[in-house]
Design a protein around this ligand. Structure first.
Ligand SMILES: Nc1ncnc2c1ncn2[C@@H]1O[C@H](COP(=O)(O)OP(=O)(O)OP(=O)(O)O)[C@@H](O)[C@H]1O
Ligand SMILES: [Mg+2]
Length: 254
């Protein structure tokens, strides 16, 4: 049987006495959108940071594409195709939206000084291809109209979308997104999720933390619910909404 793209096995991460993540095991299968939900402070971002190598797990192991990544550095994990939108350098506000996209592209020939001097034609051709790719992705998140504006002119929600777009530009196998729909109006939020789902047919799988449950549940094929550092429910969204454990977790929230 084919192994899941991402396997988390009994992973714990604590800060002093606080178990932010406490013995979590979960799988993300290849394809589509997998969701991670839970109240504030339940450990979602800590789990993401542990997957990305920003934190080393105190216990447990993480496997990506069947190999153990628990002891790798963030840049090594990134090189394997496991990317987080916010792991990329922060936005360059004075640069154009398009240039922010180009900086995020992988294997950029122009990055190497000698290439840019001696292989100018090749570099220019590649640059043209990358620009088209960047514009296509910007269109996906409805930022194409701002391609030539400085990133500083974007609203908070649009900057978030630009981070997502830059994540896609790196052509990841697995893209982790922490609250991509935060601060974005519901109509655009839904349309972004629809487009991410479409995009997943090109070979990118998404693992998404999202507080806007009504949007996430419409597009995710599988959802994990976290509470106090543990996973308390898992299943298809339509099954999760009928799970008493799910209500239990959110009861204290309102
Ligand atoms: N760097 C840190 N140092 C100490 N405690 C931390 C640190 N990061 C997170 N925590 C604690 O770990 C727990 C989980 O936090 P985390 O940010 O992972 O939750 P979350 O599910 O992402 O919450 P939210 O939905 O609000 O983003 C919280 O109790 C938090 O206070
Ligand atoms: Mg968080």
């Amino acid at each position: 049987m084919e192994r899941p793209l991402l396997e988390i096995r009994e992973v714990s991460k604590h800060f002093g006495g606080v178990y932010a993540v406490n013995g979590v095991s979960l799988d993300v299968k290849q394809g589509g959108i997998c969701g991670l939900v839970g109240p504030n402070g339940s450990g979602k971002t800590t789990l993401f940071n542990t997957i990305l190598g920003l934190y080393r797990p105190d216990q447990g192991n993480i496997y990506f594409n069947s190999s153990c990544i628990s002891n790798l550095a963030p840049h090594q994990i990134y090189a394997l195709g496991l990317v987080n939108a916010f792991q990329l350098p922060r936005l360059f506000l004075q640069m154009s939206v398009l240039d922010n996209m180009l900086v995020a592209a992988r294997g950029h020939q122009g990055d190497r000084l000698l290439n840019s001097l001696f292989l100018r034609r090749k570099w220019q051709e590649q640059e043209k291809g990358l620009i088209q790719e960047a514009l296509d992705i910007l269109e996906l998140v409805e930022l194409d109209k701002w391609a030539f504006s400085p990133a500083s002119e974007l609203s908070g929600g649009q900057r978030k979308l630009l981070e997502v777009a830059r994540g896609l530009m790196a052509k990841p196998t697995l893209l982790l997104l922490d609250e991509p729909a935060a601060g974005i109006n519901p109509v655009l939020g839904r349309s972004i999720f629809q487009k991410l789902k479409d995009f997943s047919h090109n070979g990118t799988t998404f693992f998404i933390v999202e507080h806007r449950l009504e949007i996430l549940f419409e597009f995710a094929s599988w959802v994990y619910v976290m509470d106090k550092g543990r996973t308390v429910a898992a299943g298809q969204p339509q099954v999760i909404i009928d799970d008493p454990a799910f209500y239990q977790v959110y009861l204290g929230e309102e």
